[in-house]
Write a protein that binds this ligand. Structure first.
Ligand code: ZN
Length: 177
């Protein structure tokens, strides 16, 4: 069972749903105000996820963990970054999955069928399952790519001109892949 718990700020509902699918206890409500997010994070030991740099700074001053979601990155990048930072497992274990809608715990009701114990929504391993897996495969490969580009950057040390040249070639490589 995953131990990290999260509270997700407004506008990041899609990310909250993903964390629930991955089995992480994740609170999300579009109407949470900053003070409430900080209070819940303190009381329930939850990592705050937000696009609000100010909220992140306030949380960190109170020794709370906060993950800043950079708006320049897409969902797959964010999942890869979070996986690295919080050791989030980017594989779905349906036995541990939580209800994407309400964070409730799922109960197996039949062959490949589950139901949320809170909101009663039903889940099954259907066509959509493939697209979930595809996104997670992409996110997992991003983790490897990030490491590759980091290695490349550290190789290009030297004079100003050389680093400028190698930067251009790095970009070309990135575009080619
Ligand atoms: Zn539910």
């Amino acid at each position: 069972m995953p131990i990290q718990k999260f509270i997700v700020d407004a506008m990041l509902g899609r990310l909250a749903r993903w964390l629930r699918i991955l089995g992480y206890d994740t609170l999300y409500d579009n109407s949470y105000e900053d003070w409430k997010i900080i209070k819940i994070s303190q009381e329930q030991n939850r990592i705050i996820i937000t696009r609000d740099r100010g909220l992140c700074n306030r949380a960190k001053k109170k020794n709370l963990q906060c993950f800043f979601v950079d708006p320049d990155y897409d969902l797959i990048d964010i999942l890869a970054q979070m996986s690295k930072k919080y050791k989030i497992d980017l594989h779905v274990n349906i036995e541990a999955t939580r209800c994407a809608e309400c964070n409730g715990i799922l109960l197996k009701t039949g062959e490949n069928k589950w139901q949320c114990t809170r909101c009663r929504k039903e889940y099954w391993k259907g066509k959509h399952w493939k697209s979930i897996e595809e996104i997670l495969i992409k996110a997992r490969s991003k983790i490897e790519d990030n490491e590759l580009s980091k290695n490349r950057r550290s190789e290009s040390r030297g004079g100003k001109e050389t680093s400028k040249n190698s930067k251009t070639s790095n970009n070309a490589e990135a575009r080619a892949t």
